[in-house]
Ligand binder design. Structure first.
Ligand SMILES: Nc1ncnc2c1ncn2[C@@H]1O[C@H](COP(=O)(O)OP(=O)(O)OP(=O)(O)O)[C@@H](O)[C@H]1O
Length: 269
């Protein structure tokens, strides 16, 4: 859906946050953007959503140059939803129900359909307990789950997730992994940024590695993560399954269950 040609973005009085970026999101169904703090991930997402405009280069959406008038942005955001890194940036309403319902009311849905969508989205993030609660009663992790539910409820064709699991406990993280898998199975394109290399290795099928605003590597997930130099060079670490492969000479597995099955069979021999 998105194709990015030679995108450069510079914040005022700062060096380039992104330099000459080329990306094609038709390369995968779950696309990962990895990079250490300050490498440009959030800046990239804000460019894609039309919140900020490239200093140089172009962003194509469905083959057309991104436009910034109200109607074009409304249409873009009907197709593409984004979960911001900081949930406070996208939560405005007094109660959880109304917050999620807000965007759905905006696109003119009937109240009974809204009710179904809000319930379904909150169930997906394991958040039905707080449906009627005022937002300010929630913890950071709970707000994050509401922000994710809000985007899911829109049923967009594409979802951008900026650090969706940062600050979440293990159970909530598993919920998010399941959500991403389900979205992908229902043909929603997912683009995700995260510092959690194990998560990215598990769910992504194509990876871009950002370092100080430059793409220093890209490719299919296994090819990118096997390149230790590239990963360490970007200030990241190898997923544990790749470490086991490299240090213990085990086959390369994508899922930990496959590794455990392998060793179980080996010890039974
Ligand atoms: N509003 C801003 N004004 C000036 N510089 C900014 C602004 N926001 C970000 N930057 C700079 O742009 C660069 C990229 O920042 P960005 O937030 O996109 O990185 P990131 O990869 O999302 O980082 P993190 O992993 O910490 O979320 C950094 O050098 C940062 O200091």
């Amino acid at each position: 859906m998105f194709k990015i040609n030679n995108l450069t973005y510079k914040y005022e009085k700062n060096k380039n946050a992104l330099s000459n970026i080329n990306m094609d999101f038709s390369n995968g169904n779950v696309i990962g953007i990895i990079g250490s703090n300050g490498s440009g991930k959030s800046t990239l997402f804000m460019n894609l959503m039309g919140i900020i405009k490239p200093t140089k280069g172009e962003i194509l959406f469905k083959g057309n140059l991104l436009k910034y008038d109200k109607k074009s942005l409304y249409n873009l955001r009907k197709d593409v939803g984004m979960v911001f890194q900081d949930p406070e940036k996208q939560i405005f309403y007094s109660t959880v129900y109304d917050d999620i319902a807000f965007s759905l009311r905006n696109i003119g849905l009937e109240e009974d359909i809204i009710k179904v969508r809000v319930n379904k989205a909150l169930e997906a993030v394991n958040g039905m307990d707080f449906i009627g609660k005022p937002i300010h009663f929630l913890s950071y992790g709970q707000k994050k789950r509401v922000a994710i539910a809000s985007v899911i409820s829109m049923e967009n064709k594409m979802v951008l997730l900026d650090e969706p699991t940062a600050g979440l406990d293990p159970m909530s993280t598993r919920c998010i992994v399941d959500i991403i898998k389900r979205l992908s199975e229902s043909n929603v394109k997912v683009v995700i940024s995260s510092h959690d290399m194990n998560l990215m290795y598990e769910i992504c099928d194509y990876i871009y590695v950002l370092n100080e605003g430059n793409i220093i590597d890209e490719g299919n997930t296994e090819d990118v993560f096997i390149n230790e130099e590239g990963i360490l060079g970007a200030g990241l670490e190898l997923p544990w399954l790749v470490k086991v492969h490299k240090k213990m000479n085990a086959p390369l597995f994508r899922k930990e269950e496959d590794l455990f099955d392998f060793y179980k069979k080996e010890t039974e021999k």
